[in-house]
Design a protein around this ligand. Structure first.
Ligand code: FES
Length: 138
């Protein structure tokens, strides 16, 4: 009876490990086949042609600027990294009206008190449209 129970236990553990391995494999396959762009992390979508070269489209309601510099489209959070005020485009930089921080168009701090750069959002340009994602660009 003890040997039989041992075999049953081994059989159960083998089946359990096969099940867990299969579930992990299916989850991995699902993650591979499901675009990371799906879901609620999309901030906005805009026609590529609407983004002016050397300029920016400001989406105040989304706290986001979409810019095209040298043909490359980027998107930036307009939330100041100091205390969260909304920065404004001021010529070729972003300026925060609250405490005077200034950021370059690629988000780097030019002048504090902010010490952390603005968040650059991930973007994807496809079929004439730019999609901006909530996650940071790498
Ligand atoms: S919140 Fe922008 S500088 Fe303080």
């Amino acid at each position: 009876m003890g040997l039989s129970e041992g075999m049953n236990r081994r059989g159960f553990l083998r089946r359990l490990s096969i099940f867990i391995g299969g579930a992990a494999g299916l989850f991995g396959l699902y993650r591979f086949l499901t675009p990371r762009t799906a879901g609620t992390n999309v901030v906005l979508t805009v026609a590529s042609a609407d983004v002016p070269e050397g300029g920016a489209l400001i989406f105040s309601d989304k706290q986001t600027a979409v810019m095209k510099l040298n043909g490359d489209i980027t998107a930036m959070s307009l939330t100041c990294t100091h205390l969260g005020c909304t920065v404004a485009l001021d010529g070729d930089r972003f300026a925060c009206p609250c405490h005077g921080s200034v950021f370059s168009l690629d988000g780097e701090v030019i002048k504090g008190p902010a010490v952390k750069k603005l968040t650059v959002f991930a973007t994807d340009e496809k079929d004439g449209k730019v999609t901006v994602y909530r996650r940071s660009a790498v």
